[in-house]
Design a protein. Sequence first.
Length: 279
Amino acid sequence: MKKQKKAFISYVIVFFACLWSCANIADNRGENEYEKAIEKYKYQISYADTYSTEFSDKNRIKEAAAGVGDEEQDRPRLIYLTFDDGPSPRTPEILRILDKHNIKATFFIVENEENYTDYLKQEVEAGHSVGVHSASHKYGEIYSSVDAYLKDFTKCYEYIYKNTGYEPTLLRFPGGSVNKYNKNICRDLVDEMTRRGFAYFDWNVDSGDGTGSLTSRQIYNNVINGCKGKKRAVVLMHDAVNKKSTAEALDDIITELKNQGFEFAALDNQVKPMVFRIK
């Protein structure tokens, strides 16, 4: 009986020793895989709250799980309002509304043939963030190669710097960092711009004002509904001559989101990026 008891105890000890060993191997393997992932995607690990799964505009943005990590539970609910394609005749009204609510936003600039540089200066002087969007906004040209993109980017960067003295550190790729025009070079573009020290931002709430002629109420609903359940939202809107409805909706959008407890901030290169996943 004693021999059987000893044998049983020995068996139990060996069994748990094996389990402990296997767990360590698995942990080490997991750590190794994680380290490899960080090395390969160091500009994206833990960055993205939204991911691109398709190249179509309708299905491209897929929201991540609504829950947030423990480290974000105590953070305020943040809204980053972003405006592409300006400056334009809509800029003064947008700036007026932002000033009324005492909030800052981010403007991704297009080199405009019209003389709207005074509006660009006003954005900078008011303390808003300004980033590079595009000089031409012609997808077929700028995404024909990495060099073509860099040429367009540099032209827009110099346009901002020449007229304001402001040196942008942010950018937004036209159409987002992953789209049907740049899908063959998107990783090379991201690698190159990250290497150069720029932070790029996509979005996880689309106002819908970039496609079609939406009413101010439709834009309002798109933004308010898109922000539901989010702790952090980067909202895509446009500041262009034909975006009157966007400016009309902005006041109500800000008022409602404030009522819901959101705070507002401008993007900068210290903000955790919101990016699409590159497959």
